[in-house]
Design a protein around this ligand. Structure first.
Ligand code: GAL
Length: 633
């Protein structure tokens, strides 16, 4: 596979006279790809049925003539005003039932049939016109499904579609009442038409109701995407993608990915650091200009899984962004560093967002590869450097990692519906395990629960609230050292506590008899170091005790190759578990300086130094915001 670069361009933002010059400079920077069009609906169809293609025809021609390959976005993330005026009830509604107003973007409800019909129309028109265009090389559907909290809508359209979805899933309302336990608080329904969305209740709604709504909302996103994909496929042979956002758990990315040819994601390491990572103040200070060492890597690995191996970074942060609590500049060299980090994790392409900083509107303080006056911004030179470096190592062969880590969107919803303690999130739990593996120098493959476990020495599957028997059997029979818990199999598919008590894992004599959430300042210290923090389970049974509290309470136990962790381990506890599993599995760990991370392809080992100072690692001295590459024999 070949590694390439690109950028995101908005010809409609700039005078026609500068397009040639822009295209020429993109090529000079070493770029291959240019993504356009994803917000341009008002300029493509300024009034119902009145299309203006000329400018896009010209832009595609100019960019293509310069030697660039075009990724064309469908503009459905930004319905123009006239679409909203035509369908006033297409606006999504927030949890308080308020319409999410016009004047920015993503102001649509996935369940609104009238809006979906408008999308069908514009996507059909676009695909008819450009499906076989010589410079059209790939498609992008919409833009960042779910971003700005938009996967879920509490509109009437969503309510009606939810009732249909429930009727199909449960067939009879009696079955739904039984599955949800609606005898509780006299919540029984007589018909599907009585079921409202799980908002505006006096106190919390039934968690089974909330989880069903999250599953439904995810299916609506997948359906919306599939409609576009089918239209494009019928009219074009170019591969189809979508650009996911970081830390977006509103819909099942594996499911959407099944309909795509490749996936992409949008990586904003400094924006995420304060906005989405959830790191403490000290970590935020330490990595303020570099980004947290594991957050981007985690998404690279997660989105590699959702793209079944084929993925890009569609939007790479080029300098300060405009949307986080604070928006510092990256250290010099960081844009190059982030680009190579993505390549090390298997990205086929990295595209910078955006080509030129816009002097107007919401993102005027968001940098680009060029300044608003068209002079080069620092990202331009760093991209050019990467392009030069790519000529030395353009090709890459992916390698299977020794470790698999399972990530399940359904589990993320279950934890969000019923966290049981403030701030307890499945995403953070999995990320903490990922961090522990990376602190030990390991490369990781993230897998869906249905993923193929064969060939891995270690498999980690923390926090899977729901574990079908089939998955339990695969985990206990896969031959790897396996870690599960906390909350593994803690609920059945309908959000009830199963009996026999969880995890009911073959070959593991262990039951969770009670769970508690802890104040963050009251961790349970473990004998031998580390602690259980924020969440703890009482576990009993004949399995071997691997970790216990200082007072002798078992916290982690093993039966055969399966290790159960009955709490949220802090970094030291997770390091101990990883070290123990690796020793049993015969996996060699590395001594990693703080902030240094490794990643292997089939032929290279990358060493990334996320620190603002030079660091001495096993491989040698690595400069600040820099990396070294070892050739593997
Ligand atoms: C992304 C989005 C882009 C742009 C960018 C700014 O989330 O896809 O359109 O808004 O953020 O950082």
């Amino acid at each position: 596979m070949r590694r390439t670069l690109g950028t995101c361009y908005y010809p409609e933002h700039w005078p026609r006279e500068i397009w040639e010059e822009d295209a020429r400079r993109m090529v000079e920077a070493g770029l291959t790809w240019v993504r356009i069009g994803e917000f341009a609906w008002s300029r493509l169809e300024p009034a119902p049925g009145r299309f203006e293609w000329d400018w896009l025809d010209t832009a595609m021609h100019v960019l293509g003539q310069a030697g660039l390959k075009v990724v064309l976005g469908t503009p459905t993330a930004t319905p123009p005003r006239w679409v909203v005026d035509k369908h006033p009830d297409m606006l999504a509604r927030d949890v308080e039932g308020r319409p999410r107003g016009y004047g920015s973007r993503r102001h649509y409800c996935f369940s609104h049939e009238g809006y979906l019909a408008e999308c069908r129309r514009i996507v059909t028109a676009l695909a008819d016109r450009y499906g076989h265009h010589p410079h059209l090389a790939a498609w992008q559907t919409d833009n960042e499904y779910g971003c700005h909290d938009t996967a879920v809508s509490y509109s009437e359209a969503a309510r009606d579609a939810f009732r249909d979805w429930l009727a199909q899933r449960y067939q009879s309302v009696e079955a739904l009442n039984r599955a949800w336990g609606n005898v509780f608080w006299s919540m029984d329904y007589d018909s599907f038409d009585q079921i409202e969305l799980p908002n505006l209740t006096v106190t919390e709604p039934n968690p089974a109701h909330s989880l069903a709504f999250r599953r439904f909302s995810s299916d609506q996103v997948a359906r919306f995407n599939r409609v576009q994909v089918e239209i494009i496929r019928a009219r074009s042979k170019a591969p189809i993608s979508h650009n996911y956002m970081g830390r977006e758990t509103g819909f099942d990315h594996y499911k959407v990915g099944e309909d795509l040819d490749f996936v992409t994601w949008d990586s904003y390491p400094l924006g995420f650091l304060e906005d989405r990572v959830g790191a403490d103040a000290q970590t935020q200070r330490r990595y303020a200009r570099q980004g947290e060492p594991d957050f981007q890597a985690f998404h690279h690995d997660l989105y590699r899984a959702t793209g079944r191996g084929r993925w890009w970074v569609m939007e790479q942060q080029p300098g300060p962004v405009n949307w986080a609590p604070h928006n510092p500049s990256p250290l010099p060299g960081m844009v190059r560093f982030w680009t190579w980090e993505a390549f090390a994790h298997g990205a086929e392409a990295v595209c910078y967002f955006r080509w030129r900083q816009a002097p107007f509107a919401q993102e005027q303080l968001h940098t680009g590869m060029l300044r608003p006056d068209s002079a080069e911004a620092p990202a331009y030179g760093e991209a050019q450097q990467v392009a030069r470096e790519l000529s030395a190592r353009p090709e890459v062969t992916a390698a299977r990692a020794p470790v698999a880590l399972i990530f399940d969107f359904d589990a993320a919803w279950a934890w969000e519906v019923q966290p049981h303690g403030a701030g307890l999130s499945y995403f953070d739990l999995v990320l903490d395990h990922y961090r522990a593996l990376r602190r030990a120098g390991l490369s990781i493959d993230i897998l869906p629960p249905e993923g193929d476990l064969s060939g891995y020495a270690m498999v980690l599957a923390p926090g899977l609230n729901r574990m079908p028997e089939e998955l339990k059997a695969r985990l206990s029979g896969c031959g790897a050292e396996v870690l599960i818990g906390p909350r593994s199999g803690a609920r059945d598919g309908e959000f009830s506590i199963p009996v026999p008590l969880p995890p009911a894992m073959p070959g593991l004599d262990l039951r969770v008899t009670r769970v508690e959430s802890l104040r963050p300042d009251m961790p349970l210290p473990l004998e031998g170091g580390g602690g259980a923090t924020r969440y703890l389970e009482e576990i009993e049974g004949g399995a071997e005790v691997v970790l216990a509290s200082e007072a002798g309470q078992p916290v982690a136990m093993r039966g055969g190759r399966v290790l159960y962790m009955g709490g949220w381990g802090d970094a030291a506890a997770l390091d101990r578990l990883v070290a123990g599993m690796a020793a049993r599995a015969g996996v060699a760990l590395r001594d990693m300086p703080e902030g240094v991370r490794c990643r292997e392809t089939a032929t290279e080992r990358f060493w990334f130094n996320h620190n603002a100072e030079a660091v001495e690692a096993e491989v040698g001295v690595i400069g600040p915001a820099d990396f070294l590459v070892e050739e593997l024999g």
